[in-house]
Design a binder for this molecule. Structure first.
Ligand SMILES: NC(=O)N[C@@H](CC(=O)O)C(=O)O
Ligand SMILES: [Zn+2]
Ligand SMILES: [Zn+2]
Length: 422
């Protein structure tokens, strides 16, 4: 047994001081002044939450171990306060068969220090027009399906994938990108791309494919989930679709909530990701969508890359930034402390919404009987984001040097202390 003493927890929207007793994997008691003589962790008044949940991460193993591994990625997750994540299938080999899914799940369980769930690919190598064995992969343990990194180019492929995912009762997650509208773009098309003379990607590449998909989702009844939503038109489309009863959910990344293309001051690929940082108006729209529930949840799209490749010019560097170690502190500082949303709402968007949408077995409350997947955050002291402290191999973040509150002090998975800040 172990005891976490003097933790602040949210109870009926209020912060109260509690002692949390853990036996094995489970919370067994939540009370005041528990003086049981067992192994004790003094939380010293810091904020204890159920572990965060991220439905969109890239852990790069197998195939791209120089960028990240399941071990380093899941240690980074623990350092960010996350206890359950779902890993994308843009790996080598791509998990696009039942056999490969089974092998990947084994690898995730062996090497992961948090719960690492797995996406199956919608089609072979993420690009084939013929869909993969979605029912077989589902039976083998894939929790959802996506070709993330690539858009599904034809309506027919998407329609078949949706029919199969609906049958398997699993979410179909869309990275929206119409290749025919890209024209070599690498940042948002607009004033800033013109100023920097960097080729632009129009928001239409996302929203036009979304409009198509929403009609297909309505026809099939599939749970359709929009990955990394980024434009005001996309938010409007999801809002209308929800009103029409389409079974749609959406996620937004911390960077699309906090940055826009005007933050790109020069040729710096630390600001390069897909979808790109959009306009101020788009940023306002995704924030408004998150606040009113049109956008259901936050997902980091943690996309680690090597330092050398991210040091290349904007046109050549790979798309993607890391995010799992910085997301809670950035959002706590810039949305909660600044008064845009309550801590409760932020946690709903980072814990209960993803768990409910993806039907994950993970705790949403600190109470007896729940699994002891927990994260302890320091809401009082300011820290500077420094990649030197990253557990992730990926140091590619535009948030270096930002001052933040909400640093993770400790993380428990299944009752085991898996991270502690020194
Ligand atoms: N987001 C990115 O810019 N990159 C992701 C792929 C993706 O999420 O589309 C990656 O795997 O690096
Ligand atoms: Zn994507
Ligand atoms: Zn991604």
């Amino acid at each position: 047994m172990q005891l976490i003493k003097n933790a602040k927890i949210l109870e009926d929207s209020h912060l109260v001081t509690r002692d949390v007793l853990i036996d094995g994997k489970k919370i067994v008691k939540v009370s005041e002044n528990n003086n049981l003589k067992v192994d004790t962790f003094d939380a010293k008044g810091a904020f204890l939450s159920s572990g965060l949940v991220d439905v969109h991460v890239h852990f790069r193993e197998p195939g791209f171990d120089y960028k990240e591994t399941i071990a380093t990625g899941s240690q980074a997750a623990a350092r960010g306060g996350f206890t359950t994540v779902i890993a994308m299938p843009n790996l080598n080999p791509v998990p696009d068969t039942a056999e490969r899914i089974a092998a990947q799940i084994k690898l995730n369980e062996t090497n992961g220090t948090v719960h690492v769930k797995q996406y199956g690919a919608v089609s072979a190598d993420l690009i084939a027009s013929k869909i993969s064995d979605i029912s077989g992969m589902s039976a083998a343990g894939a929790v959802a399906f996506s070709n993330d990194g690539k858009g599904v180019q034809t309506a027919d492929t998407m329609l078949q994938a949706m029919v199969a995912a609906a049958k398997a009762d699993k979410p179909l997650v869309a990275h929206l990108e119409d290749d025919s509208l890209l024209h070599g773009g690498v940042m948002n098309a607009g004033k800033q791309s013109k100023k920097l003379e960097i080729p632009g990607i129009t928001g239409l590449a996302e929203s036009s494919q979304l409009a198509r998909d929403l009609m297909l989702a309505k026809a099939t009844g599939v749970h359709y989930h929009v990955a990394h939503i980024s434009t005001k038109e996309s938010v409007a489309l999801v809002r209308i679709a929800k009103l029409q009863g389409v079974n749609v959910t959406a996620e937004v990344s911390p960077h699309h909530l906090l940055l826009s293309d005007t933050d790109i001051k020069g040729d710096n690929a630390l600001f390069k990701m897909n979808p790109p940082l959009r306009s101020q108006a788009d940023r306002q729209a995704v924030l408004a969508g998150l606040l009113d529930g049109t956008i259901d949840m936050i997902a980091t799209d943690h996309a680690p890359h090597g330092t050398a490749e991210k040091n290349k010019p904007f046109r050549e560097a790979p798309f993607g930034i890391t995010g799992i170690e910085t997301s809670f502190q950035l959002l706590y500082t810039h949305l909660v402390r600044s008064g845009v949303m309550t801590l409760e709402t932020l946690l709903q968007r980072m814990i209960s919404a993803p768990i409910a949408s993806f039907k994950l077995e993970a705790p949403t409350e600190i109470k007896p009987g729940e699994t002891a997947d927990l994260a302890l955050f320091d809401l009082e002291h300011q820290k500077t984001i420094s990649v030197d402290k990253f557990k992730s191999k990926g140091k590619n973040t535009p948030f270096i040097g930002w001052q933040v509150y909400g640093n993770t002090l400790a993380t428990w998975v299944d009752g085991q202390l898996v991270y502690q800040s020194l």
